[in-house]
Design a protein around this ligand. Sequence first.
Ligand code: ADP
Length: 452
Amino acid sequence: MFEFFKKSAVRGFGVIKNNPQILYTIFLLIAIPFAFLISGQEFLNTARENQERIEQERIGLMYDVFVRYADEKIASSDMASVQDMIEYLAGENPSIEAFKVVSYANSAFMVIASLDRQEIGSIDKANAGRYQSAMLGSFFAFQEYISGERYWRVVKPITDRAGNITAVAFSDISMAHIDDRAAQNITHAYFVMAGIIFIIFLLLLRHARIIDYATLYRKLEEIDKMKDDFVSIAAHELRTPLTVIKGYLDLLSKDRMSDDDKTSMERINISVEQLNALVGDILDVARMQQGKMQFDMKRVDVAEIARGVAGSFAPISKAKHIVVNTDAPERAFVFVDEQRLKQIFVNLIGNAVKYTPDERRVDVSVRNENGNVSLRVSDTGIGISAEDQRHLFGKFFRVRTKETEDIRGTGLGLWITAQIVAEMGGRIAVESIKGKGTDFIVSFPSAEESKS
Ligand code: ADP
């Protein structure tokens, strides 16, 4: 038995640990109805107090009117009028259940007017002491329960012109109607609350689905990770045979080949280069997404790298008769990963050459101003529309126009470039006019050594 409870507890704890949202659901399940209950009760209490205060004021007012006129009538022994007044007031105020006027003369009490006419003249011996204390005091009211019903007992002295107390008005005012109304309100409120709790419960049942979604989300994350792992493993595995193929291609001597074979070799070489670049891009994307890309940050001379990379494009740009100009100061230092900086240049200059028609120019410039080093790659190519510029740094984005349909690419280069720039603390921007050309500007904080 104990084992069973222990196992269930451990399992329950495990479920909660894996789905902390359950705690949130339980909390809502308790807290929301509780909050409604407290606020509802508070509201009812206030309503009840207000109702009672109004009733007390009404009673006080009624007594003031009664006392003002009763003393003259009592002085002139006009008991019939006092009796009429009592009956009129009781008729106006149905909560008055008993009303009598007790007079004191010659050390004796006497009921001189009463709703219960039989009481007139007699005196309730049991209450004689109360009458006496009332005679000495002034207006007072107290609550009393008579067979479960709540009453206000109100006592008000009646004085003659000289200020002597000549009589006392007594009455029992039933609070039954207020208590009945309060009880009704409470029942009503409980029904409304039960309805609200039921609705909340239904909502929470729906909320329970969120737990399902959370589990699903975790599974999707796992699958996504598996996909990333698969892509990076597959790309790694592709890279090895590619390197071998490239190595053997380099070993083949072109001297003994026929012209046809040379053309075929050239085509194989280009395809292998493309495949190699693609595998490299896929590996970078996988590394980026897994947060595994390493950055070996150092103080690097951008000017030198700009000249070097621009130079390495000479064969390609020459084939297209494109001039790649470099305008860079002697030195310009930034704090970055050298290989990644080269990659940025390769991507941007590569695109500039790729998307610029033959016989035009590409400019690479490096500027060191206001504490920043900016690298600008400008071309005089096809340009990018304002709409396409907004999506340019998205993964797999490629502009689809007549001019680009024959140009190969994956849409990963700019995404990777933008990620690398951001990871190394830089900024990237694009300025372009369709049909005129494009400028990509990358800037990093300058890492000039202080001159002091
Ligand atoms: P791709 O492999 O397609 O070149 P990129 O991410 O490098 O991928 O570039 C995304 C898209 O941006 C390209 O497909 C191209 O349409 C556009 N683009 C990039 N650089 C230029 C440029 N210098 N001039 C015109 N269009 C460009």
